[in-house]
Write a protein that binds this ligand. Structure first.
Ligand code: ACO
Length: 431
């Protein structure tokens, strides 16, 4: 790890005495106080609800500069990756650390294709799931259930990839497509080995209902969307995955937990919530001012969905790419989507409003992606599943990094207790 330690670099005056702490520095000049000694030397802990200023690890996968709107993976700018790579190429980069050469890519893609099937027992399991489940609930529990199928095989690594990793990348889209079809009373479709990753997912969902040229346009857009979703360093779901893995739980348990975390509307679930919000605006006559006022009203829990980000204090660079994908997709498909105009007008009003300007609230990745999915005919409830398919690569990259980290420890935050002081026990008859 390229982590530089500056010994005794930080001095802290605490209760009249000075303690000296080390500082660590990453390759983009990000600095952190090494707080481990803080408690052993002073008995004091660092309280940081929501972990807004807590570094949980050093990582070599993704760099974000939220003030400047910069994101790169393993040193490659996201916009270049989205413009030039397939999703599987980026997944390889995140996990292996380098872009694959032709041979490496052929092997990796071959492994994914070879595992792009749902065996009879897995189909049987899926067939017993209530069709009215949310697909994220199904996905989380089916991924966890994969432990029963593959959890204890004790396999060797294959072409440097763990087979669990390959399976999760290969089978997640098929599980999602199976859900979509079963809910509509349609049968399972086998993956087509001649198709690319996103194309195969769309084919497994829609079958031959989509003409080939249209399918290619949609697949091209989806590959880009999967890439912009692929990783975002220590976000809520990725930190969840790392945390579950820290207890020694297996990869399926960790990823199942990550899916649960992503589902929430403050995280990946925001893409579904954005479309609900835009549709509500359309249905109620397009009154954007009321929506903006509602979002600013502190007595109202409503927030402008797809706006704001813990790290970005400027425009989310992923939202820029998502907007380009939407424009390109709608033009190529020849689709008119009134929600785009509503979204753009909402963005214009919000980004000129003092409330949003003062708090640095800009569109995030979820603001435009739902419009692209809608234009492809993907139902709203599946939007966060699309995010999951992309983020799977990031989660797995972080798991591999975490498991290889010889300094890893079980993740176990502390707390400040504010409950009742210790008191005598009261037997039930006296209560
Ligand atoms: N609408 C209105 N006000 C907002 C919004 C919003 N979307 N986002 C933040 N604010 C306000 C907060 O109320 C707070 O105001 P205050 O300073 O007067 O109290 C201030 O901006 C700072 O916001 P925090 O809630 O402290 O920011 P935090 O980093 O905790 O939350 C989050 C970030 C969860 C993304 C938040 O901006 C939000 O809820 N956005 C809407 C949901 C969303 O789009 N989530 C997707 C995020 S991207 C992703 O996870 C893939």
């Amino acid at each position: 790890m390229n982590l530089t330690t500056h010994t005794d670099a930080a001095r802290l005056n605490l209760n009249g005495s000075e303690i000296v702490l080390d500082m660590v520095e990453g390759i983009e000049n990000e600095k952190a106080i090494d707080g481990l000694k803080l408690r052993s030397q002073t008995g004091v802990i660092n309280l940081d609800p929501g972990y807004g200023n807590t570094g949980s690890c050093a990582s070599a996968i993704t760099f974000l500069d939220g003030e400047k709107g910069v994101i790169h993976h393993r040193g490659y700018e996201l916009k270049e990756l989205a413009a030039n790579c397939s999703f599987l190429e980026v997944a390889y980069l995140l996990m292996a650390g380098e872009l694959p050469n032709k041979g490496e890519y052929r092997n990796w893609e071959g492994l994914v294709k070879d595992n792009s099937y749902l065996g009879p027992s897995l189909q049987e399991l899926l067939n017993h799931y209530p069709v009215r489940s949310h697909p994220m609930a199904l996905l989380a529990s089916v991924v966890l259930s994969l432990t029963g199928f593959y959890g204890d095989l004790g396999e060797e690594k294959f072409y440097q990839f763990d087979m669990d990793v390959v399976r999760l990348i290969a089978k997640t889209p098929l599980i999602a497509a199976h859900f979509y079809r079963r809910k509509r009373g349609m049968g399972y479709i086998y993956a087509d080995p001649d198709m690319g990753y996103a194309e195969n997912f769309l084919h497994s969902m829609f079958s031959k209902r989509i003409p080939e040229e249209r399918l290619k346009i949609m697949a091209d857009a989806l590959e880009k969307l999967l890439i912009i979703h692929a990783d975002h360093e220590q976000n809520c779901s990725t930190s969840t995955v790392r945390m579950i893995s820290s207890s020694g739980a297996n990869v399926y348990a960790a990823i199942g937990g990550g899916i649960g975390a992503l589902w929430g509307p403050l995280h990946g679930g925001a893409n579904e919530a954005v479309i609900n919000m835009l549709e509500y605006i359309e249905m109620s006559g397009g009154d954007l001012t009321t929506v903006i006022e509602k979002a600013k009203d502190k007595s109202d829990p409503f927030k402008l969905m797809g706006f704001g980000h813990r790290v970005y204090k400027t425009y989310d660079p992923r939202a820029v790419i998502a907007k380009q994908v939407v424009d390109d997709l709608l033009e190529k498909l020849g689709v008119e989507e009134p929600l785009v105009d509503t979204a753009m007008e909402l963005e214009r009003i919000a980004t000129e409003d003092e409330y949003f300007v003062k708090r640095n609230l800009y569109p995030n990745v979820d603001f435009y992606t739902g419009i692209a999915y809608k234009a492809m005919g993907i139902p709203k409830e599946m939007f966060t599943v699309m995010f999951t398919m992309g983020r799977m690569a990031g989660w797995l990259a972080h798991l591999l990094e975490f498991q290889a980290d010889e300094n890893r420890r079980i993740c176990r935050p502390r707390q400040i207790y504010v409950g009742h002081p210790i008191r005598p026990f009261v037997p039930m008859v006296e209560r």
